[in-house]
Write a protein that binds this ligand. Structure first.
Ligand SMILES: Nc1ncnc2c1ncn2[C@@H]1O[C@H](COP(=O)(O)OP(=O)(O)OP(=O)(O)O)[C@@H](O)[C@H]1O
Ligand SMILES: [Mg+2]
Length: 224
């Protein structure tokens, strides 16, 4: 699908822009072929260095995750990668959940489904690592959750050995913490006391790990 799409076809004349790119962010396009719509996450519009170092790396990381998650309901299908610079994926119709509480309250079932989805992702050996960013979760038109943006995800294979396997487990937990965070905003009464305790638990060691991780993230973001 979208086999003949070229980077040079990604123009405002031919397609709709979903989100304009910036120095460090890709452009998001909606493309259409034979009545099928796809979203293209395109790093070709970034500056030379970012495009060829961070861009290619992020596209490679994200496509790797999509291949491993292939066929999971709630994860968009990856149609193809164009020139190592752009991901062409299934368009999820709906809206992302950022600030969605201003308009609607997500029901408990949404969270049950999201938890089940994240569990299936973890069973495939992938941790998302950026679920706390609400724009990465989409409420589909059918009311079901979808998760996008796998550029920061990590796999169990890469984090197999001690001590980094501990970090991997921490990221798995973090994915669940992100769900609890969103759930607290929409149906706090449905958050179990166990989850609440886990969420509030901030041991000194954990805070230290979080600190180091955040600093690493900031550093990576700066490099990117
Ligand atoms: N497959 C898709 N179907 C529908 N909408 C999408 C899809 N992929 C991306 N989007 C929309 O584009 C936005 C940005 O996508 P994505 O998170 O992958 O890019 P990003 O550069 O990581 O952005 P951010 O830094 O805001 O997280 C999403 O919040 C979503 O609204
Ligand atoms: Mg994102």
């Amino acid at each position: 699908m979208f086999d003949s799409l070229k980077i040079s076809d990604l123009t405002e004349k031919q397609n709709t822009i979903l989100r304009k790119g910036s120095n460090t962010r890709p452009t998001l396009w909606v493309v259409e072929e034979d009545g099928i719509r796809a979203v293209v996450k395109d790093f070709s519009t970034n500056g030379f260095l970012f495009r060829n170092i961070a861009g290619r790396f992020l596209v490679w990381r994200e496509s790797k995750a999509y291949r491993r998650l292939k066929g999971l309901k709630g994860i968009p299908a990856l149609y193809r990668v164009v020139d190592g610079l752009a991901l062409v994926m299934e368009e999820i119709s709906g809206r992302n959940v950022e600030n969605i509480e201003r308009d609607t309250r997500l029901p408990n079932e949404f969270f049950d489904d999201l938890e089940a989805l994240v569990q299936r992702v973890h069973e495939r050996g992938i941790a998302h690592c950026d679920l706390k960013r609400a724009p990465n979760t989409i409420l589909g038109r059918d009311g079901s959750p979808h998760v996008i943006d796998w550029g920061a995800s990590i796999s169990d294979r890469e984090f197999r050995f001690f001590p980094i396997n501990i970090i991997y487990r921490r990221f798995l937990l973090d994915d669940y913490m992100a769900i609890i965070k969103l759930k607290l905003r929409h149906c706090p009464e449905a958050v179990s006391s166990e989850d609440m305790a886990r969420y509030n638990h901030r041991s000194r060691a954990e805070r230290l790990i979080r600190d180091i991780r955040n600093r690493l993230r900031e550093l990576l973001q700066k490099i990117a």
